[in-house]
Design a protein around this ligand. Structure first.
Ligand code: DAH
Length: 373
């Protein structure tokens, strides 16, 4: 006599035993729950639901069971597969949602951030002051004239009545430009002042002539608190019939008012420049102590070193020899000129002690003078 179903011995197919299937399912569910991201879940899916996963292999064993046992084993394995599939699907959904949420946070655009992170620049006071002064003279009927910074020695010196061996040339600490053949003296220099623009204007423009010329100049000076090998000057030249030193004085006063404000007296003292005769240096009353040489409390004025006056420019009546060099009749025409350093004026006006501050291009320096247009 044989027992019913005695051909089914679950021990024969160990993988299909209820506790084995349960373990497979439990392992799979634990691995699924532990998958921290979509990549890990993908690996878990292959390991626990792929072709070679324990549950898949168990499923394949069902066919080897006697028909009577298949239904029960099939149900068990099917339920386990279903549970694993469902766990995979819900973990997948969970991880996708998590990823989407993270992407939204990571890639979020904060619309409250300032949109312009580029620091705004500021025009340099040497530029704005140079332009302002030129404008003041343009308002009075002057024209702006420019010339090259690499200049012929003839314009920089000879035509301005510096004879070739005149000691005045040495005072100009000239940077000479070497010739193409390496010759030290090519007849070309970096202009040492803006005065050569006077010559260019006199040679090319009709008379009467009123020009103002701001521009860069170069000298062999070593950079220190008061010297720079490159600096800016502004030059004023008028040639007309009947001009006198009174006209020069008026132009200088207009300049001082434009630069330092109204009410400061100017003073001319004899000086020497080859291109003017007579020549003078220009001082103005100190704009801080206004000529008093002391501060209100009685302390000495540091700005003018208690002089009451500050030297600001060179000037004079255009030397007739300069007019002749430019083909102008000195019997009919006379002229006046003055020239000065723009950096120096900016330093005096704003109490800047070191010329290097005007050269370094530090925005904090430019901004301190306001964002003038
Ligand atoms: N060119 C002179 C210098 O650089 C400054 C100067 C003096 C200019 C007298 C002038 C002038 O026009 O008349 O030292």
């Amino acid at each position: 006599m044989s027992a019913p179903n005695n051909t089914y011995d679950p021990v024969e197919v160990a993988a299909l035993a209820p506790d084995a299937v349960q373990r497979i399912q439990a392992d799979a569910l634990a691995a699924i729950a532990a998958a921290a991201d979509l990549d890990q879940l993908k690996a878990v899916r292959i390991a626990h639901a792929g072709d070679r996963a324990p549950i898949t292999l168990a499923n394949a064993e069902i066919g080897a069971l006697p028909p009577a046992a298949r239904a029960e084993a099939g149900k068990r394995v099917g339920a386990a597969r279903g549970a694993i599939r469902q766990a995979l699907a819900s973990r997948q959904a969970e991880l996708e949602e998590e990823r989407d949420r993270r992407v939204l946070v990571d890639e979020a655009v904060d619309v409250t951030l300032p949109w312009d992170r580029t620091a705004a620049g500021a025009r340099h006071p040497v530029t704005t002051v140079g332009e302002h002064l030129a404008d003041v003279f343009v308002d009075m009927g002057y024209e702006v004239a420019e010339g090259p910074e690499v200049e012929a020695e003839w314009y920089n010196f000879d035509a301005l009545n510096f004879p070739p061996d005149h000691p005045a040339r040495d005072q100009y600490d000239t940077i000479f430009v070497a010739g193409p053949d390496g010759a030290e003296r090519s007849g070309v220099v970096l202009r040492t002042h803006t005065s050569p623009v006077q010559i260019r204007a006199l040679l090319t423009r009709p008379l009467p002539l009123y020009v103002v010329s701001p521009g860069k100049c170069y000298r062999t000076d070593t950079l220190d608190a008061t010297h720079s090998p490159v600096f800016n000057q502004i030059e004023c030249l008028a040639v007309d019939e009947g001009l006198t030193m009174a006209d020069l004085r008026g132009a200088i006063d207009a300049f001082v008012t434009a630069m330092f404000g109204a009410g400061l007296q100017t003073r001319l003292r004899p000086d020497y420049f080859p291109f003017t005769e007579p020549s003078a240096d220009v001082s103005m009353q100190c704009h801080v102590c206004r000529g008093a040489s002391t501060r209100p409390g009685g302390q000495p004025c540091r700005v003018c070193r208690s002089q009451g006056w500050i030297e600001i420019a060179g000037c004079g009546m255009v030397n007739p020899r300069v007019l002749v060099a430019c083909g102008i009749d000195p019997e009919r025409y006379s002229g006046f000129a003055f020239g000065l350093g723009i950096e120096r004026s900016v330093m005096i006006r704003h109490g800047v002690a070191d010329i290097r501050d005007t050269l370094e291009g530090d925005l904090r320096f430019s901004r301190a003078f306001g964002m003038e247009a």
